[in-house]
Design a protein around this ligand. Structure first.
Ligand code: NAD
Ligand code: DAU
Length: 335
């Protein structure tokens, strides 16, 4: 199989490329199209770049020429490329609308011309909005409440429309909160682990009782690979981990694993439109054979220790553009 992976230098995309090579070895050809925004890091694929069956193209999914060049020989597309951080979408939504909607359009147009056999649009559980009771299945109403989730809902529904209108072989995935190695240190787990390691405050939004369903990134990658092969075109699939935890539980686990004091916790002004809880019913992907890891606490601990043991990876990221972002996002909140 020849696959175009977009956003492969980001957190999940890099884990996905590693997963495909570990399972298929020389039996898969991968082109990685990535713009290398602040979140894209070629070091996430260290050791992969020398493979003869891997090609990197630096380019924007909104750029039709770059997409044409990258997709030239592809039989399948998996679109991870996106602006992904809710807090940044509140500070400036423009790039979210552009990449997460227009970029999907450009990819879909080229996929139709190329007659690719499969197109996975990686969406998110955030398109449903908050779930105060029970769990959402794939028929639940979409009710996105942040510029990020609204943009992702736009890409999700545009992909769906290309199946119905033009017969594009689109499968949509909606996963919950991923954790694991190589996540940019703006998201809860890597931010709090690295702040704790630096003895800096852990800025908990509001009361910290928001609930997320934590999904180990390798489980997510296995589910996407499964859906690439067995997903029904035109269908959406939820992918959960079955690990609903409050942010405080995650925060305390981080401090305990690192032997750091709870006095590092600092409650700060809440995120606007902060969704209280996400919860997915993912029976549909389970029916295809997906089983999430059973050992959440062990996977979380291994993830925390991965960041402790890869300080050179995150220190470089936290020293650049990140400082300006951190001051804008947290400066007043923490002071
Ligand atoms: P990330 O922010 O770590 O990486 C995004 C990658 O996309 C980066 O490498 C970046 O350079 C690239 N990119 C951004 N704009 C681009 C453009 N215009 N053209 C080409 N490349 C571009 O994101 P992630 O956490 O790995 O998320 C990957 C996908 O999974 C996204 O679509 C996201 O919405 C979705 N998702 C993420 C989670 C999660 O918990 N992280 C959960 C569900 C779904
Ligand atoms: O649910 C899937 C989504 O998960 C993905 O679609 C997004 O791309 C991904 O970023 C993630 O979104 P969240 O907003 O849930 O992730 P984040 O790590 O930003 O926040 C997780 C929770 O932690 C959320 O309730 C907000 C809270 N939080 C986050 C940060 C960064 C804090 O309390 N303090 C913080 O500093």
């Amino acid at each position: 199989m020849k696959i175009l992976v977009t956003g492969g230098c980001g957190f999940i995309g890099a884990n996905f490329i590693r997963h495909l090579f570990s399972v298929h070895g020389d039996g898969v050809d991968i082109v990685n199209l990535d713009k290398l925004t602040y979140a894209g890091n070629p070091k996430n694929l260290a050791g992969i770049d020398a493979r003869p069956n891997y090609r990197f193209v630096q380019g924007d999914i909104c750029d039709a020429d770059a997409v044409r060049e990258a997709m030239a020989d592809s039989e399948a597309v998996v679109n991870f490329a996106a602006e992904t951080h809710v807090d940044r979408s509140i500070l400036g939504p423009d790039s979210f609308l552009r990449t997460d909607i227009l970029g999907v359009f450009v990819l879909l147009e080229e996929a139709l011309k190329r007659k690719v056999k499969a197109f996975v649009q990686v969406s998110t559980d955030e398109v449903y909005g908050e779930c105060l009771e029970g769990s959402f299945d794939e028929e639940a109403t979409l009710n996105p409440r942040s510029p990020y989730s609204a943009s992702k809902a736009g890409g999700d529904r545009l992909a769906y429309s290309y199946f119905h209108t033009y017969g594009a072989p689109v499968v949509i995935t909606r996963a919950s909160n991923n954790f694991g190695p190589y996540q940019y240190p703006e998201k809860l787990v890597p931010l709090f682990v690295t702040n704790a390691l630096e003895d800096k405050p852990l800025p908990v939004y509001g009361d910290g009782m928001q609930v997320r369903d934590w999904l180990f990134v390798e489980d997510h990658c296995r589910a996407i690979a499964l859906l690439l092969e067995k997903g029904t075109p035109g269908e959406a699939y939820n992918i959960g981990g079955g690990n609903e935890r409050t942010n405080m539980v995650i925060t305390r686990a981080i401090l305990k694993t690192l032997g750091k004091p709870e006095s590092l916790i600092q409650y700060v002004k809440d995120r606007p439109a902060h969704d209280r809880r996400y919860s997915l019913n993912f029976d549909k992907v389970r029916a295809l054979g997906y089983v999430p890891s059973a050992d959440f606490e062990a996977k979380l601990e291994a993830t925390i220790l991965w960041y402790r043991d890869h300080a050179e990876w995150w220190k470089e990221l936290k020293s650049g553009e990140f400082r300006q972002y951190y001051e804008t996002q947290y400066g007043k909140r923490i002071r």
